[in-house]
Design a protein around this ligand. Sequence first.
Ligand code: ATP
Ligand code: MG
Length: 461
Amino acid sequence: MESASPDLDEEVAAPAQLAVGAHAADPHRVPKPRVYGDLISVDRIDPDAVKVLRRLTRHGYSAYLVGGGVRDLLLGHEPKDFDIATSARPNEVRRLFRNCRIIGRRFRLAHVLFAGGKVIEVATFRRDPALQGPSHVGIGDGGRASELISVNKERGDDADLLIRQDNTFGLPHEDAIRRDFTINGLFYDLERQEVIDYVRGVPDLEAGTVRTIGEPDVRFREDPVRILRAIKFSARLDLGLGSEIYDAMVDQRQELGRSAPPRLFEEILRLLRGGAAHRSIYLAWDLGVLGVVLPELSAFLDDGVDIADLTWGRLSAIDEMRADDRLPSDAVLIAALLYGPLEEALSGAKNPGLAFDEFFDDITERLAVPRRMRDRIRLILAGQRRMDRGRHSGMRRREFFLDAAALFEVRLSAEGREAPDWLLDLSPGGGEDGHAHGHHRQGHGVGRPAYRARHRRRTQG
Ligand code: ATP
Ligand code: MG
């Protein structure tokens, strides 16, 4: 990999200095990025994202592809989405695109809409407002960024670093360093076909490692959800966690209790949806992070290898279904994750309905599980008993039937049990119209049962 400016190292502050702190406070010192040509071929970028980038630059704004899209392209993965950062203000973006909507009330962000419901997110460069700097335009808080601002600029152990709003426009390098991990802080300049690296993300991608931009303890205290994000990237992209970040994740894990519950819940769902649910939850457990966000599951896993194995098996089954493009619905994912401790809580309970509610009351307080999902999980669980006994035909027309069947498939896979014919028949092309009820995020219904793939893997191992 070739750097177009290999002689600039001295001028590029080390990430620790770039981070929010005294060193980064000099507004006149714009660090020089490392620039890499030829790492990304344009034809792998979504054509609509290309259109947005071109129109912005044609009108004199700077605009880059940023974040996860650049990271995934560099890793050879298909990006989930293509986000753009630009010098244009949200209103200026709207003037350029008819199919554009500004989201967020006080914090604003532009969504450019394309056919098929595709959304290209266009955000104005912003920076950590705790940084001193040249005059800037404050744009209020709210929206996704309801999170950013250091309440206390001291970095001492007791300082409250939790970021509560992110409301200040900035320069490209400021936008890069307020991001979470070096692998997520890269910009791609379409016109020049260059990757612009202010944070040493390219070397970290090459080394296969997740590193925070700046000091991990500080960055995790600013926004503890980043701990879950580090787990997600490590597990999903098979990247290592160096001792520095690993120790900080362990040390700061209690801070997760300060994050907004809906954000925690969404991030847990992302751990389950990403194709590496097993690895993600295992890593969270190993780090002691699961003990903070889902202590009931963590304690259950601590109790014994045999029962824990079933949980790991269910998570592997989810990963296999996702690999088949049949990712189950969120309710099934959460039911599969919590099935062990839930079963334990319900078995022998005099009033299972009450036991279910007690179990979820605690979790809901911590994670804001939506009411609808909780009700759905209740139905899906009740369906399991009937499926176990083969007495589910009365349920077939019920709206939750496919979800119940998906959880049943997950359980069978984990337990190494054969899938019955009726379950196999639900697969697309299996003669059922059931999979047309898709309310799932990606793929739906039950298809090729995961237990086959699992069985194959077991016999290999
Ligand atoms: P995914 O593939 O899961 O979407 P992503 O990296 O694109 O991963 P997003 O949540 O879509 O993650 O966020 C887009 C970008 O915004 C990230 O790449 C990162 O640069 C920045 N970002 C997101 N969340 C945070 C955060 N909590 N703190 C700092 N930067 C963040
Ligand atoms: Mg993304």
